[in-house]
Design a protein around this ligand. Structure first.
Ligand code: SF4
Length: 413
């Protein structure tokens, strides 16, 4: 998708202090729309995936009145609207500002923050990372330098359960038992212990240091991991984190529902907002295409299942994703979501994360070990990816054979 970025004026271009990376940062935003094959696309950053029920309603209204009537969640817990008229940016910006979803025009694309979505609900973590999200967002938007970050730079705030710490962020904070906090840079195997009351400020400081180094050295990096000399390994080995993942259904302290490939209609989205309004008034979008509804009772699950959300744990849909594919993206050689949905509905149980792609860009693929399912034009190539990003054994199959090959690859790694 990124290569098709049109030469639209960049309303959010960073100032002259931004590093010259030698190529433009094509990440779409809420103000700089991306021209896709199905119309303009807006990506609205939702730090920590945190929305009030009113903000969720405002997004549903925008999707219905300006876009194609659907909303998508991304692998960073952000929201995309598609099918927008090319001239709708001003109207969308006005709506987002009114809803409190656009606190800074100049920083709108750098507010990339993921956080443990069940923090504070189930007693499993060691910190209220939602408070960290709000503090980091405020500091980011107040930092003139931070406007020079790329739209790909990611902060992860993990409450100690090891969920978002696995997302390959540029800067990660990890809460530890007893009120401690570790700061990890890039993919370093070690981390630095930081004072809890300074942790968020130091996370932002690491990002600002990265920008200073880029400016001084004329660097072209997008990510901290691309600048090894900046990766202060710190003194502490990374702790073994539980790596907890959430399953759809009732949680301690609320509900989790899954969105098939992260895409729902505005009508479905309003159902979520209404359930949230009857509970704590809050929605938390997860980086795994789910939504946590704090305080919502299990009695609402049947209604959410009828509305088309995934509410059952243990199905093949868990940890499954797919790029846009046809018809939304002309680079694709297949309608990957339709093929993937058929395969997932037919499969029993899950396994490793799996991601379908319509071309070799593999937009939105997961990190760590996963199964890559690439459309080839004749069918699919199913490949097991190792944790270091190298490709393992692969098999070329027809579309009809693909479900079985994917199920086996997910089971046998
Ligand atoms: S991976 Fe999918 S969405 Fe991305 S460019 Fe290729 S076909 Fe389009």
């Amino acid at each position: 998708m990124l290569a098709a970025m049109p030469p639209t004026p960049d309303a959010t271009a960073p100032g002259p202090g931004a590093p010259d990376r030698g190529r433009s940062d094509a990440c779409p935003g809420a103000l700089r729309l991306h021209t896709a094959d199905d119309g303009a696309l807006a990506r609205i950053r939702i730090p920590g995936g945190l929305l009030t029920d009113r903000q969720a309603m405002a997004l549903a209204d925008a999707a219905g009145e300006l876009g194609d009537g659907h909303l998508e969640t991304t692998s960073r817990g952000n929201v995309q609207l598609r099918g927008l008229p090319s001239g709708s940016g001003l109207d969308l910006g006005r709506r987002l500002r009114a809803a409190g979803l656009l606190p800074s025009d100049s920083h709108e694309r750098v507010r990339n923050i993921v956080a443990s979505p069940a923090a504070g609900l189930d007693g499993q973590g060691h910190a209220d990372v939602q408070a960290w999200v709000r503090e980091l967002d405020r500091l980011l938007c107040a930092s003139e330098a931070a406007a020079g970050l790329s739209g790909k730079f990611l902060f992860a705030l993990d409450d100690g359960r090891g969920d978002v710490a696995a997302l390959d962020a540029d800067v990660t904070l990890i809460a530890t038992a007893g009120g401690g906090v570790l700061l990890r840079l890039g993919r370093a195997a070690t981390a630095r212990r930081v004072p809890a009351d300074q942790a968020v400020r130091q996370a932002l400081g690491a990002a600002e240091e990265f920008l200073r180094a880029l400016r001084a050295g004329g660097g072209r990096a997008w990510h901290l991991r691309e600048v090894p000399e900046l990766l202060d390994p710190g003194a502490e080995p990374l702790p073994a984190l539980p790596g907890t993942t959430l399953a759809p259904g009732a949680l301690a302290g609320g509900l989790l529902v899954g969105l098939r490939f992260g895409r729902v209609s505005a009508v479905q989205w309003r159902t979520l907002a209404e359930v949230a309004a009857d509970a704590a008034g809050e929605l938390r979008l997860t980086p795994w295409r789910g939504v946590v509804l704090p305080g919502a009772p299990a009695a609402r699950l049947p209604e959410l299942a009828r509305a088309g959300f995934r509410t059952d744990p243990g199905t093949a849909w868990e940890r499954a994703g797919a790029c846009t594919g046809l018809p939304g993206c002309a680079k694709s050689v297949a309608d990957v979501r339709t093929d993937a949905a058929r395969a997932l509905d037919a499969a029993v149980g899950g396994g490793l994360p799996v991601h379908w792609s319509g071309c070799e860009r593999r937009c939105g693929h997961p990190a760590g070990r996963w199964v890559d399912v690439l459309a080839t034009g004749q069918g699919y190539r199913v490949t097991r990816m190792a944790v270091d990003g190298t490709a393992g054994p692969s098999v070329d199959v027809t579309t009809e054979q693909m479900a079985e090959a994917v199920a086996e690859a997910r089971r046998t790694m």
